[in-house]
Structure formats: structure tokens, C-alpha cells
Design a protein around this ligand. Structure first.
Ligand SMILES: O=C(O)C(=O)C[C@]1(C(=O)O)C=C[C@@H](O)C=C1
Length: 378
């Protein structure tokens, strides 16, 4: 490069550095304001996540961006990322305690990851939380004594036996669980306890950081008035609640969880058997393939027993998986027969069935693909 060009480039880059530094100061100012919002919300018991405020703010900022010739999507992306940061910062201020006259809460499995997250959220909300862990069963009576709520957060394979081992709880004590299947645990809780019962399925991993925008499925067991405060508390943490019948929930989970994880498992198993060179695959990966690899790879970074239990716990999951295998074979036959027309016809038939969802999923995935590409280092 000519000396003049080098100088021009340096001068411009210096100015960009100045602008970026100003952005940092502005971000600091925004975060300080958000911390103050967090304190006000904490006092008033207002949920961390404010969807209407977000929607109106994003609409205004998008318009303003357009007026000055900036991509509205760029501004929306930046603001959404900043708001994700806000959820984390507001969480640390703590949360309003919805029920102030509560006796202690016991989390069975409170040292586990999900149990630990609920421990943290309940403590941040001012509740007294005790833990009953696997080595504490000789003291179970004392730990559960006088408890106002017992939350069971243990591996699926032992949930029912743990519920049946619980000491007799006070009649007004709420019994809840956090297992990812619901029919059997809810039935076991109703059989083991006379008082209020609720099944919860937090639809996220313990590494979420904040519950803002996360989903918690609620399967009512008995006496829902008694645990209404708990649902309100979870909403203050920022989560959305979805009520479901336990059987309906478990049926949907066969596709959403058992099938999903099983497919990822087989995909990873196949890569292993083929002894695929992951470095080379990553090097040649398109963003969508990178996302797929990330989804499969992250499974194997986690606890084998947890995922085995999720797959095995769904009673009818093998039927759903066998159906999937059948479809795989059908599609393979079309491919082997070289029947291009049939493949296209099937493709269009499925596309029609997806309807508007196909377009929605394409739009949603666009941003994910861009992020996958952003995180590329080569
Ligand atoms: O305005 C609020 O209620 C905030 O908590 C601040 C903020 C933001 O970062 O702008 C964060 C989270 C909400 O969902 C909406 C907006």
C-alpha cells in the first residue's frame, strides 16, 4: 500500500476507535440506568422481562435508524443483545418476594444444576431454602420439618422413588417437581402427599444465566390456589408460563425432546463411527452446518445419564423413533431409485404442510446463521 493510503487508513481507524470508545461510555451509562430500573422493579415486584416496552422501544428505534440510513435490523440486533445483558444485571439486584410469610423451602437435589438454579433464584427472592441431597436422607425428617414447599429436582430415573421416600409433609406444604416428564411424577406426588401439588418443567438448561423469556411448563396437580404465589414469583424472574395437561405435555416431549436428542445422538454416533475429521468439517462448514454441528456437539458436552434418562423416560418414544426410521427408509428408497420427481413432490407436499411456519422458521434462523458466521474465526 502507498504511504498516503496507509496514513489515510490509520487516521480513519483512529476515528473509528474514538467512536467505539464513545459507544463504550454510552453502554456504561445505559447499564447504570438499567441497574436503577432493576432496583425499582425489585421493589415493586415487576417482572424483569417487559415485552411491551421492548416492542414499542424497538419499533421506535427501528424507525429512527431508518431515518438516518442505518439498517433497522442492525439496531434491533444491538438492542436485543443489550437487553439480554440487562436481564443478567437486573437479576443480581434480587427479586421481590411474593410470599413473605413463608416457612422454609426444601429443594431435594438442591446441589444439582437445575436445583441449584432454583435455589439461587429463591434465595435472591428472599426465601429461606434448605437442601436435601442424596447423602442427607438420614436427616430428611428434620430438613423437611415445617417446610412450606418441597421441590424435587433429581434425575428422572429416581424421581418417583425419591417422591415416595419423602417424610410426611404438613397438609399445607406444596409439593413440586422440576422433572422433564410429567405424568408419572405428578401422579407420584399426588399419591405421596395430601396437600397442594404442582409439576413444573423448566424448558431450559441450568446455564441460561437469567430466566427472562424462558419457558416453564406448569402441570396442575391439586389445590392450585395454594401455589399461585410460586407461579407469580417465577413470572417475576422473567419466565413465561405455559399450562399443560401432564399427558399432553409428555406426548409433545416425545418429539421435542426424546426424538430431538435421539437424532442428535445418532448423528454424533455416526460421525464417530465414520471417524470424521471435525477440524476439516468445520473448515468447510456453511453456517447452517456449523449450527447443526454445534447442536449435536453440545449434546456430548453434557451429562450422558441426564440425556439417556430423557430419551428412555418417554414411554412411547421408541414408537416415534421407529416411525422416524421408517420415513428415513422411505426417503432413502426414493433417493436410491433416483426418483427426482418423487423427491420434489414430497418436498413440496411437506413444504405446503409447514405453511406459514416455513417462512417464519426461515426468518428466525437467518439471525442464528449470521451469529454462527460471526463466531467463525477463520
Ligand atoms: O425498561 C425496562 O423495563 C427494563 O428493564 C430495561 C430493558 C432494557 O434493557 O431496555 C430491559 C428489559 C426489559 O424487557 C425491557 C427493557
Amino acid at each position: 500500500m502507498q504511504e498516503k493510503s496507509t496514513q489515510d487508513l490509520e487516521r480513519l481507524r483512529d476515528q473509528i476507535d474514538d467512536v467505539d470508545q464513545s459507544l463504550i461510555s454510552l453502554l456504561r451509562r445505559r447499564m447504570d440506568l438499567v441497574a436503577q430500573v432493576g432496583a425499582v422493579k425489585h421493589k415493586a415486584g415487576v417482572p424483569i422481562y417487559a415485552p411491551q416496552r421492548e416492542a414499542s422501544m424497538l419499533a421506535k428505534r427501528r424507525n429512527e435508524a431508518q431515518e438516518v440510513g442505518i439498517s433497522p435490523q442492525l439496531v434491533e440486533d444491538i438492542l436485543r443483545r443489550l437487553m439480554r445483558e440487562s436481564y443478567l444485571n437486573e437479576k443480581d439486584v434480587g427479586f421481590k418476594q411474593i410470599k413473605t410469610d413463608l416457612r422454609p423451602i426444601v429443594i431435594v437435589g438442591g446441589h444439582g444444576q437445575l436445583g441449584g438454579l432454583f435455589h439461587q433464584m429463591l434465595t435472591l427472592s428472599g426465601y429461606e431454602v434448605r437442601i436435601l441431597d442424596k447423602h442427607d436422607w438420614d436427616q430428611a425428617e428434620a430438613i423437611c420439618d415445617n417446610a412450606s414447599m418441597v421441590i424435587v429436582s433429581v434425575p428422572i430415573s429416581v424421581t418417583e422413588s425419591v417422591i415416595s421416600r419423602l417424610p410426611t409433609l404438613a397438609d399445607d406444604c406444596i409439593l413440586a417437581d422440576l422433572t422433564s416428564v410429567k405424568s408419572k411424577p405428578v401422579a407420584a406426588m399426588l399419591a405421596a402427599h395430601k396437600g397442594p401439588v404442582v409439576g413444573l418443567h423448566p424448558m431450559f438448561g441450568p446455564d441460561v444465566g437469567s430466566l427472562a423469556k424462558q419457558l416453564v411448563v406448569v402441570c396442575h396437580g391439586r389445590d392450585s390456589d395454594a401455589y399461585q404465589w410460586l407461579l407469580e414469583q417465577i413470572k417475576i424472574w422473567g419466565a413465561r408460563l405455559a399450562e399443560a395437561d401432564a399427558h399432553q405435555h409428555d406426548e409433545a416431549m416425545q418429539l421435542v425432546q426424546a426424538m430431538r436428542h435421539f437424532s442428535s445422538f445418532v448423528y454424533g454416533y455416526n460421525l464417530y463411527k465414520e471417524n470424521a475429521d471435525l477440524d476439516v468439517l468445520l473448515q468447510f462448514s456453511s453456517p447452517i452446518y456449523r449450527l447443526e454441528l454445534a447442536m449435536v456437539g453440545r449434546l456430548f458436552a453434557q451429562d450422558a445419564e441426564l440425556y439417556t434418562d430423557i430419551i428412555f423416560a418417554q414411554e412411547h418414544s421408541h414408537d416415534a423413533i421407529a416411525d422416524y426410521l421408517k420415513r428415513y427408509q422411505e426417503a432413502l428408497k426414493i433417493l436410491q431409485a433416483g426418483d427426482r420427481d418423487q423427491f420434489i413432490a414430497t418436498f413440496n407436499e411437506v413444504g405446503k404442510w409447514f405453511g406459514d411456519f416455513a417462512g417464519q422458521f426461515q426468518r428466525e434462523s437467518r439471525n442464528m446463521l449470521k451469529s454462527a458466521n460471526d463466531s467463525r474465526q477463520i
